[in-house]
Design a protein around this ligand. Structure first.
Ligand code: G7M
Length: 336
């Protein structure tokens, strides 16, 4: 199902509650004959979630309706799968055959071919905005862009690091800490990530460095003992505590991170989410290796990341435009 709980949470205003009560019967009438629904705009068509969100209008009705359709998940049990899909009532049309590979269109019977539908009527602009396609922009951050755009921005408006200090000085989440190395230079605290609640398949811990370092941008050869310690001692602690083999643990940094106090993510290799995307994750082994090859690699490298709002992308674009006509030495460029 679409995330209806979040949507419902937002409808707290009394007048909106009244409207939804009045419309309840109306919506059921509409659902009996969906030809009376006119699609105005497709807001989102997500091929991974198999979800489409459209905004439209019902005949002779004021206001927009938001309709979210999502393919149902498959049943786990072998028997239900056989009853629903592998039977004589399923229609099958051949698309191609090549060697041992064959493709088919498959149409199981109606009962197993269903969709989850969520209707929000009347939909407020806020509901509609929630389903607008996300905006993503790629930034190629040269050292010059880091110095002139990223650094001033993060020094003036970075998120509070109080929660990090609290974990490091043992005043919060002590029961969620699984390893603590007090060394000022190479020490760290390994704590369960606040997003991780249960289950080895989604294991997620973070190692917070004792030494104040903002991000991988500041790392050089002096930090190699710290990085090696985090990798080795952090892995050992997880293997011992959770009995998860070392070769099933993914160890990486984020660039750009949300919090500018250096931390390393430890996740099980089965966990996949936006944090493991190639435009954000930097594996610790590669970071160590890059610095071994070139001590100031992260001060010279162009680091690529994605921002999720035009307003976050614009300062980089504006800086590049402003400096485009300057003397060649001042132009941002690949720095290595
Ligand atoms: O994106 P970035 O690399 O900065 O990731 C920061 C991580 O810190 C995320 O995975 C958050 O879930 C995690 N995190 C954020 N806060 C505020 C807390 C917290 O208070 N406690 C713990 N244990 N993890 C947090």
């Amino acid at each position: 199902m679409a995330d209806v709980s979040v949507i419902e949470e937002e409808i707290t205003v009394e007048s909106e509650k009244d409207i939804s009560e009045i419309n309840e019967d109306k919506v059921h009438e509409f659902m009996k004959d969906l030809s009376k629904f006119k699609v105005e705009k497709v807001l989102r068509n997500n091929s991974i979630q198999k979800l489409v969100a459209v905004v439209g209008t019902f005949e002779k009705c004021d206001g927009d309706a938001l309709v979210i359709l999502e393919k149902k998940i498959f049943p786990d049990e072998a028997l239900t799968l056989s009853q629903g899909f592998f039977n004589e009532r399923t229609e099958v049309n051949k698309i191609y055959q090549n060697d041992i590979y064959r493709g088919y269109d498959m149409f199981p019977t109606n009962k197993f071919n269903g969709l989850n539908a969520t209707i929000i009527y009347p939909a407020t602009p806020k509901h509609i905005e929630k389903y607008m396609p996300p905006e993503f922009y790629i930034v190629e951050e040269s050292p010059e862009l880091y110095k002139n755009v990223t650094l001033p921005k993060l020094l003036s408006q970075q998120l509070s690091l109080k929660w990090v200090d609290n974990i490091l000085n043992g005043t919060a989440e002590t029961d969620r800490v699984i390893f603590n190395d007090p060394d000022e230079e190479t020490g760290f605290v390994l704590v369960k990530d606040s997003k991780w609640h249960d289950g080895l398949s989604v294991l997620h811990l973070i190692a917070l460095t004792r030494k104040p370092i903002m991000s991988i941008r500041d790392l050089n050869k002096d930090h190699l003992p710290l990085l090696r310690n985090i990798k080795d001692a952090g892995t050992k602690a997880i293997v011992e505590k959770y009995n998860l083999p070392a070769n099933q643990i993914r160890i990486f940094f984020h660039y750009q991170p949300s919090y500018y106090h250096l931390h390393v993510h430890f996740t099980s290799t089965t966990l996949e989410n936006a944090g493991t995307n190639c435009e954000r994750a930097h594996m610790i082994t590669s970071v160590i290796n890059n610095i071994e090859l070139m001590s100031d690699y992260y001060q010279k490298a162009t680091l690529v990341f994605r921002v999720c709002k035009l307003s976050m992308y614009e300062p980089y674009e504006e800086y590049l435009k402003k400096n485009d006509d300057g003397p060649p030495a001042k132009k941002p460029r690949l720095a290595i």
